[in-house]
Design a protein around this ligand. Structure first.
Ligand SMILES: Cc1ncc(COP(=O)(O)O)c(C=O)c1O
Length: 382
């Protein structure tokens, strides 16, 4: 008998009087396994094993954890590595594609893409919003919209890019661990994503990148660091890229934060993406139904097949309502300007009671207008 999805809540650190946490789409909760591992990593692995730690498992971390993320996103062995940030990985992959696909020289994206992605793409080369054409090297899109949680069909959109002769690159940051992904079936060449949201990897945990097996030999990283070399410790003066997606590694991995993502990944693998998805649909549907009952505008698609795992509610006072929910009710969603309150549903630890409490709190804040007591000024991280 597989373990009931509801029991995974016990695997996370939840204080008795802690918040109703609905922001796992920004920063996932701390798995108890990561809490235990942190002490061991610092005291034993670093404190006692010292340099020997590299041969005890540190050196393999980018590939080993990449393989676990690969299982979560439907990749084959050797197609995923963990490294750097999503933004840096996007830079490496798009620069590599432009070099590989000349004379095609443009990147196509959408204004709905995540802003950091737009900034990176703009720094890499010529960018256009619209349909791919014969000049397009790659179409770079984010699968689950960070504002509304609307998802793009990976297979269909990748097919459109391929029909124009372009490659497809997906940012899976808001999808992995919440929405089932099959990179192999999508036929997309490339992907990037972060690990601190639904993968529960920890604040600023390193990101991952995916390079489809069939195109690996065609692309080279613009950052030819020694960890992406086929044999770094030969200390050759010539650069020879490693096989697989590992050719996109650059420098020494941040061992502590990288290692700490493993317990979170293991929980997702144990729960299984089908169960996670079913739970996500159940809880987001509950939230939408209760928001409807309050008469608040729902900005997220009602069709479960077209949404990720957060629900965004639209209100002109979204910022101050978010403040009131946090300060007065210990309910933590987040705010995305100008007018969205995002409620992230993390299927492994959120439950029906979280949704009930959050919506009852929202009802109270709206009815009593206590949000009017808060300043309009935004915090550095809203
Ligand atoms: C869709 C998406 N892409 C990229 C990023 C940026 O990732 P990083 O800060 O790891 O570069 C984020 C951050 O939230 C994101 O949501």
């Amino acid at each position: 008998m597989p373990r009931a999805i509801e029991t995974f809540r016990d695997e996370f650190v939840l204080e008795p009087d802690g918040p109703v946490y609905l922001d796992g789409n920004s920063l996932g909760r701390l798995p108890k396994g990561a809490q235990r591992l942190a002490a061991e990593l610092v005291n034993k692995q670093w404190g006692e094993r010292l340099i020997r730690g590299w041969n005890d498992g540190w050196y393999d971390l980018p590939r080993r954890l990449g393989a676990k993320i690969g299982q979560i996103i439907g990749a084959r062995p050797g197609e995923v590595v963990v490294c750097d940030s999503t933004s840096v990985n996007l830079f490496k992959l798009t620069t590599a594609v432009l070099r590989a696909r000349a004379p095609r020289n443009e990147i196509v994206t959408s204004e709905r893409n995540f802003p950091s992605d737009l900034y990176v793409l703009d720094g890499v080369g010529r960018v256009r919003h619209g349909e791919a054409n014969s000049s397009t090297a790659v179409v770079a899109l984010t699968q689950t919209d960070f504002r509304t949680a609307e998802t793009i069909d990976l297979v269909e959109s990748t097919g459109d890019s391929h029909a124009a002769g372009a490659w497809a690159l997906w940012d899976l940051s808001h999808s992995a661990g919440a929405v089932p992904i099959d990179m192999t079936a999508s036929r997309a060449e490339l992907a990037v994503g972060c690990t601190y949201k639904y993968l529960n990897g920890g604040p600023g945990a390193p990101a991952y990148l995916y390079v489809r097996r069939e195109v690996q030999a065609l692309v080279r990283s613009p950052i030819q660091g020694w960890f992406g070399h086929g044999d770094p410790f030969a200390f050759s003066t010539e650069y020879e890229p490693a096989p697989g997606a590992a050719r996109f590694l650059a420098g020494t991995p941040p061992v502590i934060s990288m290692a700490l993502m493993e317990p979170g990944l293991d929980l997702i693998l144990e729960a299984g993406m089908t169960n996670i998805r079913a739970r996500s649909i159940e809880l987001t549907a509950q939230l939408i139904e209760q928001a409807d009952a309050l008469g608040v505008e729902v900005a997220t698609p009602r069709d479960a097949a077209r949404r990720g795992s957060h629900v965004s509610l639209r209100h002109e006072e979204a910022w101050r309502i978010t403040r009131a929910l946090i300060e007065e009710h210990n309910v933590i969603p987040d705010f995305r300007g100008p007018d969205l309150i995002r409620f992230g549903v993390a299927p492994l630890y959120n439950n029906e009671s979280d949704i009930d409490l959050a919506m009852a709190s929202l009802d109270h804040v709206l009815a009593t207008r206590t949000y009017e007591n808060y300043p309009f000024a935004r915090l550095a991280v809203p």
